[in-house]
Design a protein. Structure first.
Length: 605
């Protein structure tokens, strides 16, 4: 094999600038024509990725530099998509660890770096955003070094090269005061520091499937790295799971390699290449795709089990079918099955009556992304409150625990500690991180964190940053106090009126505005007290021909509280549902009629 090759993954915490750096690398390596229009964050190709500014799926790209092909894999930074990162590292021979010059190493940095070091990869460290006014690059390097030591890095791994960069402006330097021109020092360092793929000559073809997606023209596509041997189009292969059992046999109908962000058909692939194959219908992530003569599966990490689940059912509210075209349980079931097939982190179970579907995932964000995608495709559905997936060990009930790292201004630290204590969290560390900020670390049950994000932002006046990472399973910690105050529930069906909302404002915070359609049993606000209150938001002003001073003042409404899909999912209680349609998100009680609610609460109590 004569061609030169390097495979690297870029790992970092969310928002530290991975995808933006890859944009700059691709522009400077001559991937695009001079006059070609290029989107920002070209690797974030999904609509939701573009809007939220986060990477949801790991994606490979490829550039040419000094006669060498460099395959670069962009990875997600959110812990909910951490399973992707872990498997992607199997495709790489080196990693670039990106750290923000102000924030320093964060929980997700620790998680992905630990996985990379365990696989024996030698990282290149880039201190990004060094032009930030609050940047502290020298201290951050010390923090990164301490992190390497705490993760049991070898002496060779501790001798990591460091670059200072601004991914947005497209430059990096080996020393802080070097001229800031371009990213060539990084590309040169990759060739110098990252080893070529190790190739065992003469072995039959075998590749490890790492990513799975669906293409409208090719069907199911498996992306992975060829570990040994070579293959041609139409070769016969088989797929084996981690236990060595054959999953299926088939042909390689299409072989593709990456050129920039495009997939390009090729006739032959060799060991070390990162490729995409089509033609298999059953094989999934972590499976070995190989020549029929191979008997041992390749080593891989099993897929992490889900830690959270929601129940999805048909929308049965009075407004059902007004906005969406896909409303039947059969359509919802087919869509969820299709998602579970290509998204390995999602699990699917259905009830005996086939009308309720339990979807498991790694966290609220991941489940929220799936529901948001379905909503945009024209589905209507109702979603239950997220539940934590419990397990049993030696007859003892176990629940998932998360490591929570919180950065807050010192003045808010006591209220945050108090709130976390009430959620049965244990504080493991508290230290000053400079500039009047405190960094507090907790181990908290996932159950207690459902719905805490919006409360946390209110407590810290929007200045706090909370990062969560799955830590382990631990014995069940008992009851945890749930949300909040009671709900304000509409007693009528119709259109809300400003006059009625104005008169009810002092009862609590409203979620609706003038002219919002409402129905009986819909939650229209949050009560000031802890009990539910039924109110009529349709009651207009009685008109008379007498003018009265005082009662004819202008109606002034406090702006309604707006919540995102994930906020709403986390906000609801067990006796409530979230109605999701292409145009609207509505909170409602499970039982819309008051007497049915009373009957249900008597039966539960």
């Amino acid at each position: 094999m004569s061609k030169k090759l390097r495979n690297i993954a870029i790992i970092a915490h969310v928002d530290h600038g991975k995808t933006t750096l890859i944009d700059s690398i691709m522009k400077q390596s001559g991937m695009f024509r001079e006059n070609q229009a290029v989107d920002e964050r070209v690797m974030d190709s999904g609509d939701l990725e573009k809007e939220r500014g986060i990477t949801i799926l790991a994606k490979p790209t490829s550039i040419q530099w000094e006669g060498t092909r460099i395959n670069i894999i962009d990875t997600p930074g959110h812990a909910d998509f951490g399973g992707e990162v872990e498997r992607v590292l199997h495709m790489a021979d080196g990693v670039i660890l990106l750290t923000d010059a102000a924030e320093g190493p964060m929980p997700q940095t620790k998680f992905v770096l630990g996985k990379a070091l365990a696989q024996g990869l030698r990282p290149i460290v880039i201190i990004n955003k060094v032009d930030r006014p609050d940047g502290r690059p020298e201290e951050v390097i010390d923090e990164v070094f301490d992190l390497f030591v705490s993760l049991d890095a070898t002496d060779e791994q501790l001798d990591f090269p460091v670059l200072y960069a601004s991914g947005r402006d497209g430059w990096c330097t080996r020393e802080l005061d070097d001229p800031r021109e371009n990213l060539h020092p990084l590309l040169d360092l990759v060739l110098e520091h990252v080893p070529e793929p190790t190739v065992e000559e003469g072995k039959p073809f075998a590749m490890l499937a790492t990513l799975l997606d669906s293409d409208p023209f090719l069907g199911r596509c498996l992306t992975g790295r060829v570990l040994h041997g070579s293959a041609k189009v139409n070769d016969t292969v088989k797929a084996m799971n981690l236990d060595g059992k054959q999953v299926e046999a088939g042909r390689l109908t299409k072989l593709l390699m990456f050129d920039g962000t495009d997939r390009v058909p090729v006739t032959e692939v060799h060991a070390g290449d990162i490729i995409c194959i089509a033609g298999l219908t059953e094989a999934s992530v972590s499976d070995t795709i190989c020549n029929p003569s191979v008997t041992e599966p390749l080593k891989s990490t099993p897929i992490d089990p889900p830690t959270m689940s929601v129940t999805i059912t048909v929308n049965d509210s009075p407004f059902a079918g007004r906005e969406g075209k896909k409303v039947t349980s059969t359509m919802i079931r087919e869509r969820l099955l299709a998602e579970a097939e290509v998204n390995v982190a999602i699990t699917f179970e259905e009830s005996d009556s086939k009308d309720a579907f339990e979807i498991g995932g790694r966290g609220e964000l991941q489940l929220g992304v799936l529901i948001e995608q379905m909503r945009r495709e024209g589905f209507e559905l109702t979603v239950s409150r997220p539940q934590v997936v419990l397990s049993e060990e030696n007859g003892q009930k176990m629940e998932p625990i998360e490591e929570v790292i919180i950065d807050v201004d010192e003045e808010y630290s006591s209220s945050v500690v108090d709130a976390m204590n009430r959620r049965k969290a244990d504080m493991t560390d508290m230290r000053s991180s400079g500039a009047g900020k405190t960094r507090i670390t907790f181990l908290a049950p996932s159950r207690g964190l459902i719905g805490y994000q919006s409360r946390f932002l209110t407590q810290t006046r929007g200045t706090g940053v909370m990062n969560r990472l799955f830590h382990s399973y631990a014995p069940y910690k008992g009851e945890i106090e749930q949300r909040r105050n009671g709900a304000l529930i509409s007693t009528e069906t119709g259109t809300a009126v400003a006059f009625a909302i104005f008169n009810l404002q002092d009862r609590g915070v409203m979620f609706i505005e003038h002219q919002t359609p409402v129905y009986q049993g819909m939650i229209v606000g949050e009560h000031n007290r802890d009990n539910d209150l039924e109110i009529n938001v349709l009651k207009g002003k009685k008109l008379t021909n007498m003018r009265a001073s005082g009662s004819d003042d202008a109606v002034i409404l406090t702006p309604a509280k707006k919540m995102s899909l994930e906020d709403m999912m986390a906000y609801i209680n067990d006796d409530e549902l979230l109605e999701v349609t292409p145009e609207s998100l509505r909170l409602r009680k499970k039982f819309l009629c008051p007497h049915e609610r009373k009957k249900a609460s008597r039966a539960a109590g």
